[in-house]
Ligand binder design. Structure first.
Ligand SMILES: O=c1ccn([C@@H]2O[C@H](COP(=O)(O)OP(=O)(O)O[C@H]3O[C@H](CO)[C@@H](O)[C@H](O)[C@H]3O)[C@@H](O)[C@H]2O)c(=O)[nH]1
Length: 471
């Protein structure tokens, strides 16, 4: 029977994309891989297209779509990305997952299941079926330190993070983090959301190991804290494997056929080396129209070349999406057409970041975007929006020194003046040049991690050995 690994991502792009890279690594190491997709009304709109693209370019990765679960008791709201909805999705899909895993273990040699870190509720099933279970943490190791240590802060003090404003919080191995930067769903010690989240994090310790999409030289101190949990966190950790950066940069693809070149890539071909600043805010980031207009004015005044992915603000009740022109200042596209391009909703980000014309990246600090910029050697302007992104901004600016902050990200509005100033600073000033040089050096370190003998390569090999030891 073929050695099989089963991967179970959440249905968001930020979770699925690195899981697919993980699948490619298992396949390169002669495992058969099935990616199980939960059914959810909250799945990302680009997810099906992504899956069908991967299925055609990588037929060796099997995707298994679970049948629809019973309807949720939560009201439908595509904009709701709360922990309640996420955990509801996991719980509702559990019986279908159990059925699939039981059948799969009868017909193949399932060596391991890798669960997205939100899927801790699936652990009861995998334990019952005696399947070795690993968690995949798709954000920074530093965030995992925060998530695991915050309950200790709560249990040893009366602090409630949401009441502390910008007061710095101290976590082992990390720079001080302003309390206001802790994600909303864990900043209130009394909230039901917080309790649920901490439950999820506590259960990560019950798996056979935690895979993290990072590499040691990027987050050496946080990795040390996680490895020596007993000393730094006050409890023992399961084995931690830093196996990143897992980025869909084509490095694990074997001649995957020809893909039509996107218009923005053709446009980039005609731009000078390192001259374009790329602005993109993840798979879900949106801004109110007034903020889009401020960005546009800032870009226009900066005189820099730019490629900007604009997503319309979320609309309710299936209203049609407005056209780009209606979202931007009148005449903006015409006035900037010689040096700027606006793309609606989506651009092939990894390809863009690796294009020689791109010299800087204004990002929402989603962890995949961050790793994609690092592996491409592109310096960043950090403009965090939600989830753990404000903490990522702290690590990028204070610890890794790979980004400068877009000030005002934590206020109602980032002004046009700030957009102009930061874009110009990054692309034209000495400080920006230093940042770009650091980014170029970190690109080398990222590449080193997956070379034979590199830290991620070794972590990977150790994890695979534990599969065999269990047999
Ligand atoms: O126009 C676009 C927009 C996005 N992407 C891709 O979509 C992914 C986006 O991932 P990420 O940068 O991590 O952002 P989110 O989609 O916002 O990811 C969620 O998941 C991440 C990983 O857990 C978290 O770090 C984020 O905060 C959370 O919002 C990346 O691979 C991008 O390359 C594109 O290719 N083109």
């Amino acid at each position: 029977m073929e050695k099989t690994v089963i991967l179970y991502p959440m249905p968001g792009m930020g979770h699925l994309v690195p899981m697919v890279e993980l699948a490619k690594i298992y396949i390169l190491h002669k495992f058969s891989v099935t990616v199980v997709l939960m059914d959810s009304p909250n799945k990302h709109p680009s997810l099906d297209a992504f899956v069908s693209r991967v299925s055609s370019t990588h037929p060796s990765i099997s995707f298994h779509q679970l049948p629809p679960p019973p309807p949720s008791s939560l009201p439908a709201d595509p904009a709701d990305i709360s922990i309640f909805r996420i955990l509801d999705d996991v719980r509702l899909n559990n019986p279908q997952l159990r059925h699939f895993l039981a059948a799969q273990s009868r017909i193949s040699d399932v060596r391991a299941i890798v669960l997205n870190f939100f899927c801790t509720e699936a652990l009861d099933i995998t334990a019952e079926l005696r399947l070795p279970s690993y968690f995949f943490f798709s954000s920074a190791a530093s965030n995992l330190v925060v998530f695991l240590y915050l309950p200790t802060i709560y249990s040893t003090s009366d602090l409630n993070v949401k009441d502390l404003g910008d007061e710095p919080l101290h976590f082992p191995g990390l720079p001080p983090i302003p309390a206001s930067h802790i994600p909303q769903n864990i900043n209130d010690r009394n909230s039901e959301a917080g309790k649920r989240m901490f439950n999820v994090f506590r259960r990560l310790l019950d798996g056979d190991g935690i895979l993290i999409n990072t590499f040691e030289s990027l987050e050496a101190q946080a990795v040390e804290v996680l490895r020596d949990g007993a000393n730094f966190l006050g409890f023992r950790m399961p084995p931690v494997y830093c196996i990143g950066p897992l980025v869909a940069d084509g490095s694990r693809d074997e001649g995957s056929g020809t893909v039509e070149k996107a218009d923005c890539m053709v446009w980039l071909d005609s731009q000078p080396h390192g001259s374009v600043v790329f602005l993109c805010f993840g798979s879900m980031g949106t801004f109110p129209v007034e903020q889009l207009k401020e960005i546009a004015i800032g870009l226009e005044k900066s005189d820099q070349r730019f490629l900007w992915v604009v997503r319309a603000p979320r609309t309710k009740n299936e209203e049609p999406e407005p056209e780009l022109e209606a979202l931007l200042p009148e005449g903006f596209m015409e006035r900037t057409k010689d040096r700027g391009l606006v793309v609606k909703s989506w651009a092939p980000q990894v390809e863009v970041l690796n294009h020689k014309a791109v010299g800087g990246f204004v990002t929402h600090c989603g962890w995949n975007s961050t790793l994609e910029a690092i592996t491409a050697g592109v310096a960043m302007v950090a403009w965090p929006l939600y989830a753990e992104q404000r903490m990522n901004k702290v690590f990028l600016v204070e610890l890794m020194k790979l980004a400068v902050a877009m000030e005002g990200y934590d206020k109602e509005m980032v002004t046009a003046g700030e957009v102009e100033a930061k874009v110009t600073w990054l692309m034209k000033c000495d400080g920006g040049r230093e940042l770009r040089e650091r980014a170029a050096a970190m690109k080398e370190m990222a590449a080193e991690a997956w070379r034979e003998g590199g830290s991620s390569y070794q972590a990977w090999s150790e994890m695979v050995k534990t599969f065999d030891a269990r047999k």
